[in-house]
Structure formats: C-alpha cells, structure tokens
Design a protein around this ligand. Structure first.
Ligand code: GLC
Length: 721
C-alpha cells in the first residue's frame, strides 16, 4: 500500500480507531492468544473494552508462528478496516538460541560476530512471527549497582556506538520490506537510562545537557544513523522532565536534530508514571504531555484511549498530532509489508527447521568464547586434560546462564559448565559438588565439597549471581558475591590446592574475597545457550581468551561510579608534584578500578613497539596516521584488540584523560608481528563546548596505543586550524 493509500486509509479511520492504533497491549488481551506471552512489567486493570482491543495497533510479547497467525487472523477479521497488528517483543541477545548478555558481547569487541548474532536472532524471531524487537539497548553505564548493566555494551560511547550500528544492521538487514527474516529494531531507552542515581532502577537521572549530548546520546544517534526504525523512551527524567513527556528531548533533539521520523514508543506504563513522577496531576494530563512530546505508542496503559478524544473535543490537542502518530505506525506496517502479507515471515515449518539450529548454536558458542574475560591467571590456566579437576559451586551444573532478558531461551537447552567440561575429559577426571547455593550454604554442602575436592589436582569454582539478581529492577547495593559463596571459597582454601573461579553474573562485581583467594578468574557473564561449552573450551585451552572489559571492575562499590574516561581534576592523585594528602583520593581504597576498561588476559602475550605518527601537526584537511607494531611474543596463536585513545590536553571545558577513538582486532601466530595503522581526523577531536557547539579546538593532543585504557605508548601532536 503506498503513501497515498495510507493517507486514504487514515482518512477512513474514526478518531476512536486512530486512538486505539496508538495503544500497545500485552498478549493476554487478544483473542486467538493461547498463552500470556512475555510479561515484563506490572499487569494492571486498564479498564479497556473489546472495541479498543480490536482496534489496537500492536501486541507486546507474543511469539510462535501458530500463535501469532491466530492472533493476527482473528484481529484482521474483527478490525473494521482490516488493519494488521504489529508484533513486538524483547529479543535483546537471542530469540531461542541465546547469545551472551550484551555486556559480555561488549567485551568481545567483535562487531562482525555481534551483527551475525542479531541476524540469527532476527531470523528465529521472524519465522516465529515477530515483526519488531525492543533492541538494541544502548544505554551507557558506569554504575554496576544497576541491574541492567548486563543489557548494555558498556561505559564508552564510541564502542557502544559501534555495537549499536552492528545490532541494527543484524536485526534489520538492508531490505526490511522484502527480507522476511529480519525484524525492525527499536533502540532504547531514550535517553540516559543508565545514569540512574545510586544505580537504582527508575531513579532520577540528572546531568547537564552538555554531558547528555557528549556522553549519553552518541550511541542512540549511531543506531538511528544505521536506519533503526523505532525508538523507545526511557522511564527516567532527563533535564528535569520524564523522557516520556519531554518535548525538548523528543521533538527538538530526537525528531528535529537527529532527523528521526519513525515510531516512538513509551516504555511499559511510563505514560501514566508521569503522575508519580510529579509532572501530571492525572491520566488526562499524562496523555496530553505524552502526545505533545511525540510518543506515538502508549505501552500498557490506557491514558490515550481514555482521554485523547476528550482533549481533541476541548481543542487542547489538535487531531493532526494524532494523525501524524497514526501515520507513522501505518508507515511502519507498510515498510514491513504487513498490508500485503500480515503474517510476514511467520512459518511453522521453517520455525521447526531453523530455531536453535546447530549453525546458530555454533555462532553462540563462538561469541561466548569471545565474550569471556580472563582477569587473573597465575600459571593455572589452561588446564591440562590429564589433571583431576573438582568442579564445585552453584553454577557447576546450572542452566541459569542465559541472563534475565533471555525470555524464550530455555535453561534446559543451555550447556552447563559440567556438560562442557565432560566433553573434554574422561568422567574419572572430573568430580562434582554443589558446595553452596547462590545465597545459602550448609555445613553438609561444605563438607561434601571438601570430600570431593581432597584428591583433586585443581578446583574449578563455578560461582555467580542468580539471573534475578541482575536485569530490570535487579539492583544491588552490595555487589560482592553472596556471602555463602565467599564462605565456600574460604572453606576450600584450606585444602591448599590451586583454584580457578569462573563467574556467571550480570555486572562487574566487587571481587573482594575472590580475586585475593584464587589463582585464576574467568569472567563468563551470562554466556548463553552454549555457555558451558564455551567456558570449557577456554579452561582447557582449546580456545584462547580474547575478551577485553567494556566496563570497569571497581576495586569496591565505594568507588562507584568508576570509569576510564574520567576528568583529571585540579589535584590528581599521583601527579609528579602531588601532595600526600590534599589530592583527590580515598584514605582507605585506591582511586583506580580493580580492572580497567579494555583489560583482559590470554594464553599468549603481545609486545607493542615502533609507535609512530605521520605528522606532528594535524589540520582539518590533513589527518594524521598513528601506527604501531604488535608482536605475539608468546607460545600460541592469540587475538589482540589494539586500542587507540586520545587526550585533548586543554579544552574549552575539561576533557577526559583518555577517549577511545578506534580499535582493531588482530590474530597473530607465535613470533608474528604486524604493523597496524590508524587514521585520526579533525572531526574525531570534536566535542560539545559549554555553548553546546560541537567542534574541535586547536592545540596539543596526545595519542595512545595499547592493550587497554591504562597501558600503552604515547605520542603528542598538535591540531592547527
Ligand atoms: C520493560 C523494559 C523495556 C522493555 C519493555 C517491554 O519495562 O524497560 O526495556 O522493552 O518493558 O518488554
């Protein structure tokens, strides 16, 4: 149906039908639904009638070709104008084949494999009838107390921007209308949801507009530049106003400045939540502020249905605003080809063939291998396949390794660590004990663990957080491993055997009680369906760890927020002329994180040499190149992620000590060297000034090249304009 036909269709719709089109309901509301689908928020009585349901525009959380075909068929039969539904769901890091959580994927620095994972997720979702995914989540994060850091790719806006683009490419492909195995992407949560004060979900976000634009907006912008079809508004305030009713954020910044003309959806219940936020006295005012700000679809509340008609009658809302919103939704349905084929890619036979296919699981295993980060290894890894290993801990054979946004992924399908290790060695070489629960431990469990481990050459501890201790509303003020698990470590420590801890969790943890007690630590995050196999590949050396942290590990929660691209302050600790006392420091802990952004170990080592820049002077017309030679001076092949940072030594506003500007992954054989060359241009030096102008300043800069945000070699250069 082309543009004119959509306008004609819009003209045929009554105001009630238009308003219902702006309402998204969860699966249980719909006839033809046989199960409740994915419920991701408070189910409340919305006081809506059948009429609204049969005219609503989209469904949240349905899946399954048969299920969605039934719901769609019933809906089209009952809808006066036969307008098809949009089916939207949270396919964040996999549909049924679950990939590592995005924070793990962020540590892979592998954009190609990330795009592939999104393509697979889209393929599985589309044959199961889904049209839109509420992903990628690109919220920048600096506070591991927040439960949703697992859903982000980390603390750096450049790296998050690259991942945002890769996810959108994978979900949408290059021809969304005709490639039925792709889904529309919905970048979220606009904006700055990851900056919640105290790391407490839904809490206040308050920062300068300059900081918002400089640090938090780039990744959303990148997703839109890649053609992302939809945007989801954040629950939180931005510049003092909830995003859902924030006209400046939505109409000025998103639609005008970022030139976004797609569908903007609220988050679950967020329109009505403007009442408790304190910017709407009642649902009518909430509806007014939301439609005025440009929210097209109200998710799971009924303020539009209950009050927009009245607001139009009172001439407070012009019907053209509603028409614009409805047209954007109809246009999305058109781009997805739903008017010609309302069932799009839904196909029960294909669903059987490709969902959870061996090929998909293989990619999941590869990405899980690349997402794990080796944090410590004092000559204990890789394991020798002749060693007698005791595998002990609550995650030894747990399927809870898919993460909190894994919806259709089933724990029963997950390869546990025990299963992964059993594939590597004879069963006589692997003994097992649970040792403790996630948050509880008994004397019996400790004694059983001790008995099992006493003949072992080495103990592998499988520890972590229950997936409910992470994800939405899964915030923790104490980010250590639960005491029960720390007690287990202490108990086994008495055996004086080498110990390796594998961590299954959704946030950078405070590793006190772990890092100082064991000889090796492998951060596995929630590694997904093939997680146990991938971790076993790494433990036994069939794969070489290559993950690099995309979010800092704090020394303790007292440091939080801690991130690499911080400002220097006027009294930096450790400066050559620094005082002992009157500097920016804690009296009881270091300033530096336990492990910095970009950090990760492997089974080989790399040597950096011959860093050189092409010119000492850069001009807007004359970029410079930064080159470095990387050598694998270890004994086995390995992959290094070479990182390029800059520092603007003197800005109009204070500038970060380091900013990631580029990176390149390189695989080197033992003894092999490779010269890498990066190009730095004047636009890459631009930043938001105090007047919000986005431009570079002439002056001195420093380029750094290295294996992470702390180490590397440097060369200065000057920008002349
Ligand atoms: C949730 C989440 C959002 C998700 C939505 C629909 O509250 O905040 O990320 O996409 O509801 O499930």
């Amino acid at each position: 149906m082309n543009e004119n036909k959509l306008t004609v269709l819009l003209g045929q719709m009554t105001l009630d039908e238009k308003i219902a089109q702006l309402t998204q309901l969860a699966t249980p509301f719909f006839k033809g639904a046989s199960d409740q689908g994915q419920i991701t928020g408070p189910m409340v009585n919305m006081g809506i009638d059948e009429e609204v349901v049969m005219n609503s525009g989209s469904v949240l959380g349905a899946s399954g070709a048969k299920e969605i075909i039934n719901i769609q068929r019933t809906h089209i039969e009952e809808n006066r104008l036969g307008i098809p539904l949009l089916f939207m769901s949270d396919i964040v890091h996999g549909f049924k084949t679950i990939f590592p959580v995005p924070l793990g994927i962020g540590c892979s620095w592998d954009l190609e494999l990330t795009e592939k994972s999104a393509e697979i997720a889209a393929k599985e979702a589309s044959v199961s009838g889904v049209h839109v995914t509420f992903a990628p989540m690109v919220d920048l994060v600096r506070d591991p107390r927040w439960g949703r850091v697992m859903e982000s790719t980390g603390e750096d806006s450049y790296l998050n921007s690259q991942f945002a683009r890769a996810y959108v490419r994978g979900f949408q492909g290059s021809d969304l209308t005709h490639d039925l195995h792709r889904v529309a992407a919905c970048v979220k949560h606009f904006a700055a949801y990851g900056a919640a004060e105290g790391g407490r979900d839904y809490n206040t976000v308050d920062m300068s507009e300059r900081e918002l634009r400089e640090t938090y907006l780039p990744a959303y912008k990148a997703a839109l530049a890649e053609g992302c079809e939809m945007v989801m508004a954040a629950f939180n305030t931005v510049l003092g106003i909830p995003a859902t009713g924030n006209k400046k954020l939505m109409r000025s910044i998103l639609r005008e400045e970022m030139n976004f003309n797609g569908v903007l959806i609220s988050d679950w219940g967020a329109v009505k939540e403007m009442i408790p936020h304190g910017v709407a006295e009642d649902e009518k005012e909430a509806a007014l502020k939301s439609i005025t700000a440009g929210i097209d679809i109200e998710m799971m509340t009924a303020t539009y249905v209950n009050y927009l008609k009245e607001l139009v009658a009172e001439k407070v809302v012009d019907e053209t605003i509603i028409d614009e919103a409805v047209l954007r939704i109809l246009e999305l349905k058109e781009r997805l080809g739903l008017f010609e084929n309302p069932y799009r890619g839904a196909d029960e036979k294909l669903e059987q063939e490709i969902v959870m296919s061996a090929e998909h699981r293989d990619i999941a295993r590869k990405l899980a291998v690349k997402s794990c980060v080796l944090l410590k290894n004092e000559n204990v890894l890789p394991l020798n396949k002749k060693q007698k290993i005791s595998l002990i801990g609550p995650f030894a054979q747990s399927g809870d390794i898919l993460g909190p946004w894994s919806w259709l992924g089933s724990k029963e399908d997950a390869v546990t660590l025990r299963e992964g290790m059993k594939m590597k060695v004879e069963s006589s070489q692997l003994t097992l004990a649970k040792g403790s629960g996630i948050e509880t431990v008994s004397e019996e469990q400790l004694h059983e663990a001790e008995r099992v481990a006493k003949d072992a050459d080495l103990i592998v501890l499988a520890l972590g957080e229950d997936s409910e201790m992470s994800g939405e509303a899964g915030c923790r003020a104490n980010i250590k491993l639960p005491d029960a698990q720390l007690k287990l470590i202490q108990h086994l420590k008495k055996l004086n055997k080498p110990m390796v801890a594998v961590l299954f969790n959704g946030r950078p943890l405070d590793l006190h009680g772990v890092i100082d007690q064991v000889d090796g630590v492998l951060e596995a995050w929630y590694p997904g369906t093939e997680g146990g196999a991938a971790v076993a590949d790494l433990l036994y050396g069939d794969e070489n760890p290559s993950g690099r942290l995309s979010m800092s590990f704090p020394f303790s929660v007292g440091q939080v927020p801690v991130y690499y691209n911080h400002f220097n302050t006027g009294r930096p600790k450790g400066a050559p002329d620094a005082q002992v006392r009157y500097v920016s420091q804690y009296l009881d802990i270091p300033n530096d994180p336990l492990f910095p952004f970009g950090f990760g170990l492997g089974y080989t080592s790399f040597f950096y040499s011959e860093m050189a820049i092409s010119e000492e002077v850069m001009t807007p017309d004359q970029p410079i190149t930064v080159s470095v030679t990387v050598t694998n001076n270890g004994s086995r092949e390995g992959e290094e992620t070479v990182q390029l940072y800059i520092r603007d030594v003197s800005g109009e506003v204070v500038r970060p000590l380091k900013e990631l500007k580029d990176f390149e992954k390189v695989v080197l054989e033992p003894g092999e060297s490779k010269k890498l060359t990066f190009t730095l241009t004047e636009p890459q030096l631009r930043y938001h000034h105090s007047d919000l102008q986005f431009e570079s300043d002439p002056g001195k800069f420093i380029a750094y090249v290295g294996p992470n945000s702390k180490e590397g070699t440097e060369q200065s250069f000057t920008l002349v304009k």
